[in-house]
Design a protein around this ligand. Structure first.
Ligand code: SF4
Length: 361
């Protein structure tokens, strides 16, 4: 693939809803305070019969704590699934609000805590439930498919929920049933799925402020400097970046790619928090951040989600001490929101059985 074959024009989602993006603030801790907090959190997790689940984009301090205490580090759906299967009565979700809500929807009998309930997501904020519901009402002939990065109220209006790892399969399944799709909220992921499947998709117009910042032209320049590097891209990125990818995949898929591909060097277009698990999976490989700066840059997030960064050791210790920041989803809303989530879980389980069946054969 040459640059001449790629459209390197960086695009941005137009007319997307406007919201406030917080300034990224990271806990500054000296070694003693970090060590003391880690000891206290470990003790409180046992005392409170709690388990810590952390997203790949959170600080390495939280990811390593989750691993050391029998918790889990993964993507949002897997985090909720783990919390469901674990015997702990309290699930502490280090991530953003929709992840806490999904955990609560799947575990209504458990207490779900978050270090900071103000940790949002631009995709969630960019899809207000009332406006989205009105949009759905205008298109009753379409199957409503929403990304995991949405509020419980938006999920409650959907037929299907998907993750970046399952979206292609679900949409192909819906095409096979002759269905037309209304997709929300990520415009870039929707564009990518539409291009891959040829599905008839009407797209809501929102974007991830982190992935939207990756730059096609600067990525091409960086590739020229590292021609031996494989380019790994999350599909929330703009088309100019996706067009240069060797692998387009979910967070879990990108970690697998680093571990399994024979290349020694990777340029990675997703939140840099994922480097903790990538380096763990392949300690001998070189990881390079995809550019969010350069001539065409308007870098606000610089490959670091400001909402994910709201999770830190001090806040985690505080919620375990006080029981504050409990995630609430009303039973009526949860009962509706679980429908598209369960549909995905059943679909994924069915596919897994088919794959295992094929292997057996
Ligand atoms: S990285 Fe993007 S999609 Fe993920 S939580 Fe932050 S704003 Fe949302």
């Amino acid at each position: 693939m040459t640059n001449a074959q790629i459209d390197l024009i960086d695009t941005v989602a137009r007319d997307a809803p406007v919201f406030r993006v917080p300034v990224t603030v990271v806990d500054v801790l000296d070694d003693d305070e970090r060590a003391d907090l880690r000891i206290e959190i470990k003790r409180l997790l046992v005392q409170e019969n709690a388990v810590l689940v952390a997203h790949y984009y959170t600080d390495p301090d939280l990811q390593s704590l989750a691993e050391e205490t029998g918790g889990y580090v993964s993507d949002s759906l897997d985090m909720a699934r783990f919390g469901h299967e674990h015997s702990a009565q309290t699930v502490v979700v280090a991530g953003v609000r929709f992840m806490g809500e999904t955990a609560k929807i799947l575990n209504p009998e458990k207490r779900v805590l978050m270090p900071d309930l103000g940790a949002e997501c631009s995709l969630d904020l960019g899809c207000p439930p009332a406006e989205f519901s009105a949009f759905c009402d205008l298109h009753p002939d379409r199957t409503v498919v929403v990304y995991a990065n949405t509020s419980a109220a938006v999920k409650a209006r959907a037929d299907w929920m998907v993750t970046s790892g399952s979206a292609l399969d679900v949409v192909r399944h819906l095409i096979s049933k002759g269905q037309k799709i209304l997709w929300a909220p990520d415009r870039y992921l929707g564009d990518y799925i539409r291009a891959q499947t040829g599905a008839d998709m009407l797209l809501w117009n929102s974007a991830c402020i982190v992935h939207e910042e990756f730059k096609g032209r600067e990525l091409a320049t960086l590739r020229a400097v590292h021609p031996d590097a494989k380019v790994l891209v999350h599909p929330e990125s703009p088309p100019s970046v996706i067009a240069q990818a060797d692998v387009v995949s979910s967070t879990t898929g990108l970690i697998t790619a680093v571990r399994t591909l024979p290349a020694r060097k990777f340029i990675v277009a997703t939140d840099r928090g994922i480097f903790y698990k990538m380096q763990q999976a392949a300690p001998d490989k070189l990881l390079i951040e995809a550019p969010t700066a350069g001539d065409s840059a308007t870098c606000h997030s610089c490959a670091r989600c400001p909402w994910m960064a709201m999770n830190g050791l001090r806040k985690l210790a505080a919620v375990l001490r006080t029981g504050a920041n409990e995630v609430q989803v009303s039973p009526a809303l949860g009962a509706r929101a679980i429908v598209p989530i369960s549909r995905l879980l059943e679909f994924s389980a069915g596919r897994q059985q088919v794959i295992l069946g094929n292997n057996d054969a």
